[in-house]
Every structure is written in C-alpha cells, then in structure tokens.
Write a protein that binds this ligand. Structure first.
Ligand code: GRF
Length: 191
C-alpha cells in the first residue's frame, strides 16, 4: 500500500493535533506531513515544531485566496487533511479538490449543536442548558456547510443532571484522544 501522508490543520492548543502526531509517529503506513495553522502564535505551532513536524502558517486573509491551500497540500503530496480545532471556514475550491478526503472533529453529537458559531465551550454550554443526558463527538467529512458533511463516526458519553462544564470538557477530551486517531487510521488504510 502507498504510504499515506496527512496534513493536520489547527488553530489553538492542538491537543488533538499533537495526539494524532504521536499516534502516527513510526506508523508503517501513515505519516503526518505537516501542521497548518492560521495563527503563528497558536500553541500547536510551537509544540509541533518541537516534535520536528513542519509547520505552515497561512494568515486568515490568505486562506480564502483560491489555490493557496491546494498548492501547499499538493506540493507536500498529501492524501488527506484533518481539521483538528481549525477555526476558519475552508474555501470551496479546496473542499472540491479534496472531496471526501477532509475530516473534521466536532465536540457534539451532530446534527445537534453544530453550525456556524458553535465551537469550543459554546457547544458544551448549549448541551448543558438543554439538559441533555448524553453528549459526544462526531467525526465527519467536510463539505460546503459548517458541520453538515457526511458523518463517519460518533462516540457518546452519558451526562449527569447539572454536570459542570469542566467535567463535560474532560469527557469530550477523553473521547477525542481515544477515537480520533483510530478513525483516521481506519479510513486511510482502507484501500
Ligand atoms: C476539539 O474539541 C475539537 O472537537 C474541536 O475543537 C477542539 C480543539 O481542541 N473541533 P484542541 O485544540 O485539539 O485541544
């Protein structure tokens, strides 16, 4: 099987990005080719560099420019793109070029609590306010609409009545660390 190269796009802390990098370190079939961020000072950038992973910064004003992201990925011959806390909308030309090869992780059981403006703590606050008895994570393909692409996998966890936000965040984090790299591995070693 041809070695699969993946790019990880992230904007913040990057706990998912770093977990993916460490999971695929020395993997026989998959390698993380580089980390792309829209923020030069995002903690994920520094942390990825320290691990010896190439980092590419594309400021917000350049992301929408047609061809920019495609050229970066083509040059590095990537087969897939993983959005792990990437807080910018992906341009249409890129989505079309890499159809069914861009994955996103969302910290709720989509279609609930998804869409524009639904990210980070806002998602969990909404889940809490609605008195949900469970929440979870969704791994899905990226299409032209926020959080609307085909769902690949979902993992859930129960919630107690009035469960504190911190505790919800921790449960979600645990699910993300456990499942995201494995789902990526399964998808990119399939053919
Ligand atoms: C995660 O909760 C992920 O589900 C969402 O953004 C968050 C990123 O966290 N898309 P981190 O930067 O990986 O720590």
């Amino acid at each position: 099987m041809v070695r699969q190269k993946i790019a990880v796009f992230a904007s913040g802390t990057g706990s998912n990005a770093l977990n993916i990098i460490s999971y695929f370190e020395n993997h026989p079939q998959i390698e993380v080719a580089f980390v792309l961020s829209n923020k030069a000072d995002a903690p994920v950038v520094d942390a990825a560099r320290k691990l010896g992973i190439e980092t590419v910064i594309v400021p917000n004003e350049r992301i929408e420019t047609p061809g920019v992201l495609i050229d970066i990925c083509k040059e590095r011959k990537v087969n897939g793109i993983i959005l792990a806390g990437f807080l910018r909308k992906i341009p249409m030309d890129f989505v079309e070029h890499y159809e069914n090869r861009i994955l996103n992780i969302h910290p709720s059981l989509l279609p609930k609590y998804g869409g524009a403006g639904m990210y980070g703590k806002l998602v969990h606050e909404a889940v809490r306010a609605a008195g949900e008895v469970e929440t979870g994570i969704t791994i899905h393909y990226v299409n032209s609409e926020y959080d609307k692409g085909e769902i690949i996998a979902q993992f859930s966890c129960p919630l107690e009545a009035g469960e504190p936000l911190e505790s919800i965040l921790e449960k979600i984090h645990r699910l993300e660390m456990e499942h995201f790299p494995r789902v990526i591995e399964e998808l990119f070693t399939r053919s």
